[in-house]
Design a protein around this ligand. Structure first.
Ligand SMILES: Cc1ncc(COP(=O)(O)O)c(C=O)c1O
Length: 460
């Protein structure tokens, strides 16, 4: 029989975990000599572990997720009430929160008009890839099925999502991959691939055109890009990048799919990352912050034009989107998402993310002046990256072990920060900061003080 949580001590839970759970993205050998961390409680910006240690969380749950902070009773109540009333029915039918959240969401996304529900960012992206492939079959005689992705971007963990991933360390040993995915170079100006950075943004975007011409424009159906690369190094797009990408997509009749799994729902100070760059995507995918981790939900949002390509003669048994996601029908997801969205609006969290993001950026530039090991500071809103180097002139990346020590030092001083890891060999060298959108000035000070001290003791 399963043991009840109230009857077991905190040290026992560590042992039970060690014996039974296979953690994500962790080398378990380390637990021969250390304890796995068990997070037992959270409130606002802070979490507590099973040993009673309290941490200020500058990662929003480790992976940019808990945008509205921990312990939101109103979200728990919305989910509770919905589950009692109607917990689940397959997604071929509708639900009240599903309809209301879709309406509220697309009101924030002019030009887009349909929401397809599933469970995770990977799955939301897979749906988009299936749209592209089916459109290729129906409209282009099977051609135009290739999907272009960018070096350093990440779109998920399933085999096909990994096929569109630009991070070699995530992909190694899991192939063979799904065919039809083609890579373009990254757009990190600090790691400029050319002799100089003149017109870097436009030149980096033109790499898309070169790849389209090399592959043949009649074979390329879509390009999938993060608005700001997250786990691949917090890469903000250079000047001119997005407008050029949009022009190229229009010119060659290629769908623009923006992966907002990290940037969406206010993280960058606007509802969506793409809204900083005056572009009109055909498909947008969302997950993480949609319900801030209070329930599993992801969305693949499209234009009416994309949607209409699946609206056909009812007698055509293959003419519609023949896809299902069992838990995409869970009503808890959109119920949590509706309340999450209300909180972001009523508490003016976009404004807070923008203002606190600027404050954080100023502070990080201050650290740049002080610590030689900082090569570059990047980000937008509450999405920041600090790239560490061995030497500012050569830009040789800092060792990953140094970043591990910095993260551990901050943790020992009560602050959880993130770092890029298992992404690009030799370039797992960016510290990431992504506090919840409710973060205050004094909490940012606390984060920066911890990072400053860690850089001082480990970095120099
Ligand atoms: C940009 C981006 N897209 C997609 C995903 C995959 O989301 P999930 O882990 O929910 O499948 C992630 C996960 O970190 C991500 O960062």
């Amino acid at each position: 029989m399963a043991r009840a949580e109230s009857k077991i001590s905190q040290s026992t839970i560590v042992d039970i975990d060690r014996e039974n759970v296979w953690h994500h993205l962790v080398q378990h050998k380390q637990f021969d000599s250390t304890d796995p961390m068990i997070v037992v409680e959270g409130h606002g910006m802070r979490v507590r572990d099973s040993n009673g240690n309290e941490f200020l969380d500058a990662t929003s749950g480790g992976v940019w997720t808990v945008n509205v902070g921990y312990g939101r009773k109103s979200i728990a109540k919305a989910v509770h009430d919905q589950l009692i009333k109607m917990c689940y029915f397959a997604g071929s039918t509708g639900s009240v929160p599903g309809a209301l959240f879709a309406e509220a969401l697309i009101a924030k996304m002019p030009g887009l008009s349909r929401v397809y529900y599933s469970n995770s960012g990977s799955e939301a992206n897979e749906k988009a890839y299936k749209f592209v492939r089916q459109i290729a079959h129906n409209k282009y005689d099977g051609k135009k099925n290739k999907i272009v992705y960018r070096e350093r971007d990440y779109h998920g963990t399933t085999i096909t999502a990994l096929s569109s991933g630009g991070q070699n360390e995530r992909k190694e040993q899991y192939g063979p991959y799904t065919p039809g995915f083609v890579e373009i170079p990254h757009c990190c100006e600090y790691r400029c691939q050319y002799d100089d950075t003149t017109d870097y943004g436009v030149r980096a975007a033109r790499e898309l055109e070169s790849v389209i011409l090399r592959e043949g424009p009649d074979t390329v159906g879509a390009v999938v890009l993060e608005p700001i690369t997250a786990g691949g190094g917090a890469i903000t797009p250079p000047e001119g990048y997005w407008t050029t990408i949009q022009e190229i997509c229009k010119k060659y009749d290629i769908l623009l799919h923006i992966d907002e799994v990290v940037c969406g729902m206010g993280r960058t100070g606007k509802w969506f990352g793409y809204q900083h760059y005056d572009i009109k995507p055909d498909i947008v995918t969302l997950a993480k912050g949609v319900a801030s981790g209070y329930a599993a939900i992801s969305c693949t949002v499209t234009t009416e034009d994309v949607f209409n390509q699946f609206k056909n003669d009812v007698s055509d048994s293959l003419g519609y989107f023949r896809d299902i996601s069992t838990f995409g029908g869970c009503a808890a997801g959109p119920a949590a998402a509706l309340e999450n969205l209300r909180i972001i609006e009523d508490e003016h969290l976009l404004r807070n993310a923008a203002e606190m993001g600027d404050y954080l950026m100023d502070k990080l530039h201050g650290l740049y002046e002080k610590h030689e090991c900082i090569g570059d500071v990047r980000g937008k809103g509450l999405f920041a990256g600090v790239e560490l180097v061995k030497d500012r002139v050569s830009k040789e990346p800092a060792e990953e072990t140094m970043l591990m020590k910095i993260v551990a030092d901050c943790q020992a001083h009560g602050v959880l920060i993130g770092r890029t890891n298992r992404s690009i060999t030799g370039y797992n060298n960016t510290i990431t900061l992504s506090p919840a959108l409710i973060v205050s000035r004094s909490e940012i000070d606390e984060i920066v003080v911890a990072l400053d001290a860690a850089l001082g003791s480990v970095g120099s």
